[in-house]
Design a protein around this ligand. Sequence first.
Ligand SMILES: [Zn+2]
Length: 171
Amino acid sequence: MAFKAYISVDMEGVSGLVHRDHVGRDGKDYEFSRRLMTLEANASIEGAFYGGADEVVVNDSHGTQRNLLPEFLDSRAQVITGSPKPQSMMAGLDDSFGAVLCVGYHARAGSQGILDHTISSQAVYDIKINGDSQGEMGLNAGIAAYYGVPIVLLTGDSTATAQAVELVPEI
Ligand SMILES: [Zn+2]
């Protein structure tokens, strides 16, 4: 059976991106950031194939969810783009996948990470599940767990990765 890897790519946790000017569609450095995001997506696609994936699906998960530059994206991957879409940052994930990779993720709202927030800093101050504060990774881990698919990787700043290890120690 084909081994399918699912990659959810956000933008705030991509290396080198630290400001609203980087990650907002109207930001001065947004076009530069799209290139870095696409390169980081390509690195994760490469890693997934190297790790044994037969198929790789990449979901553009940031903001309007149409940031990745398709002409520079590794053509071996399938890409899901645009919003709104069911399951949002986990659009298209189901139990046919063997692994989830979260790339370019950021820390939850109020936790002092780089560009930390949860979904929308205008609308969401905190989200608790069973009493514990969770960010986007926590919400998406719930969707992945629903389908029985392990999250094997999260990339982002040190606060984001510490929160990932706290939630999924074997990540
Ligand atoms: Zn984002």
